[in-house]
Design a protein around this ligand. Structure first.
Ligand code: PMV
Length: 305
C-alpha cells in the first residue's frame, strides 16, 4: 500500500494575538502551499513505523511533533502501529506564521489513520492536532489547526463553535516572507507580559482588534475590498502597539502600501515571518515586485475564494 495525505498552509487575516484572549479572528487556508505525508507499507515485517522528514528543520522540534502526532493517532484509534515508512514533506516555511507545524501534523495524522482504515472525521482530527499544538506552542488559541484541518475560511473564537465565512467576492493576497524565523511562543509570551504589566494600555488594543475583526467579517461577506484593506492596515498599527511587528515587517508593509496595496499587515505571531497585502488582480505583479525590491525573501500570491 502506498498512500499520501496533505494539508494546506494558512494565513491569519485579522485578530492574531487578541484571539488568545477570547477575541474573534479570521483565517483562510492557502491551498497552493501544502505539507504532505506519504506512507509506504512495502517494508519487512517487524520494521515498525518510521517517520522520515528529510527537509524539515529544526529537526528536533519537528521530530518531537511528528512522534507525538503518531502516538496520539494510535492512542485515539486503539490500533497497533503499522509496519511502514512515512515520508513527511512540506512546502510551507517553518516558524513564519503560515501554520507549517499544524499542517505537517495534519497530513501525518490523515495518512496514518487512512492506513489503518479509520480515517478521522474533521472534528476529531481538529481536536487531535490541537493537542499537538498545545505541546509545541504553549497556549495556542486553536485557530491554526482549525483553518488547516477544515481548509475553509473561518471566523474563530476560542472555545466557541467554528463559524465558516462566505467570501462575498474573491480577493487576492500577496504574502511576503521577511525570511526571519520567529517563534510564536515568544511573541505570545511577550503580549501576555504586556497585558499583565500594563493592562490599562493593552486591553483597549485587544478590544480594538476585536472590533476590526468583526467589521472585517462584514467586509469579507459583502465583498468590500477597499474597506477590508483599511481594516488590515488598522489591525497592523495595533499589532505594532502590541510590540509584535519588526523593522523588516514594517518595511515590507510600507512598500506594499506605497505600491498601491489596498491594505497590509503582519500575519501570525509576528516579529518576523510573513506579511500579507490585499491587492487587485491588476496590481498583484507590481506589488509582488515592490516587495521583492524591499527585501522580501519570498513572495506568493493567493486567491481567497
Ligand atoms: O504564528 P502562527 O501562524 O502560529 O500564528 C499565531 C497566532 C497567534 O494568535 C499569535 C497565537 C495563537 O495561538 O492564536
Amino acid at each position: 500500500m502506498f498512500i499520501t495525505a496533505t494539508a494546506p498552509a494558512k494565513v491569519i487575516l485579522f485578530g492574531e494575538h487578541a484571539v488568545v484572549y477570547g477575541k474573534p479572528a479570521i483565517a483562510v487556508p492557502v491551498s497552493g502551499i501544502r505539507a504532505s505525508a506519504s506512507l509506504d507499507t512495502h517494508v519487512p515485517d517487524g520494521h515498525g513505523l518510521r517517520i522520515i522528514a528529510p527537509d524539515l528543520e529544526p529537526a528536533r522540534d519537528v521530530d518531537d511533533a511528528l512522534s507525538l502526532t503518531a502516538r496520539l493517532v494510535f492512542d485515539a484509534l486503539g490500533t497497533p502501529l503499522p509496519d511502514a515508512n512515512v515520508v513527511v514533506q512540506s512546502q510551507i516555511p517553518i516558524a513564519s506564521g503560515l501554520g507549517s507545524g499544524a499542517a505537517v501534523s495534519t497530513a501525518l495524522a490523515r495518512v496514518l489513520s487512512a492506513a489503518v482504515d479509520c480515517p478521522f472525521d474533521l472534528a476529531t482530527l481538529n481536536a487531535l492536532i490541537y493537542e499537538v499544538e498545545k505541546v509545541h506552542h504553549g497556549t495556542p488559541s486553536g485557530i491554526d489547526n482549525t483553518v488547516i484541518v477544515y481548509e475553509r475560511p473561518v471566523y474563530f473564537v476560542r472555545e466557541c463553535p467554528i463559524e465558516h465565512i462566505a467570501i462575498g467576492m474573491p480577493f487576492t493576497l500577496v504574502i511576503a516572507d521577511t525570511g526571519q524565523r520567529a517563534p510564536t511562543r515568544e511573541s505570545v509570551g511577550d503580549v501576555r507580559k504586556l497585558l499583565e504589566t500594563q493592562p490599562e494600555q493593552t486591553q483597549p488594543i485587544l478590544d480594538s482588534i476585536a472590533e476590526i475583526a468583526e467589521a472585517a467579517r462584514f467586509a469579507i461577506e459583502t465583498g468590500n475590498a477597499v474597506e477590508l484593506g483599511h481594516l488590515m492596515s488598522s489591525n497592523h498599527q495595533l499589532l505594532q502597539k502590541l510590540t509584535v511587528s519588526s523593522t523588516e515587517l514594517d518595511t515590507l508593509i510600507k512598500a506594499a502600501e506605497s505600491a498601491g496595496a489596498l491594505g497590509a499587515k503582519l500575519s501570525g505571531g509576528g516579529r518576523g515571518g510573513n506579511m500579507i497585502a490585499l491587492v487587485t488582480l491588476e496590481s498583484a505583479k507590481t506589488i509582488a515586485q515592490a516587495l521583492m525590491d524591499a527585501g522580501a525573501y519570498r513572495v506568493i500570491s493567493t486567491l481567497v475564494s
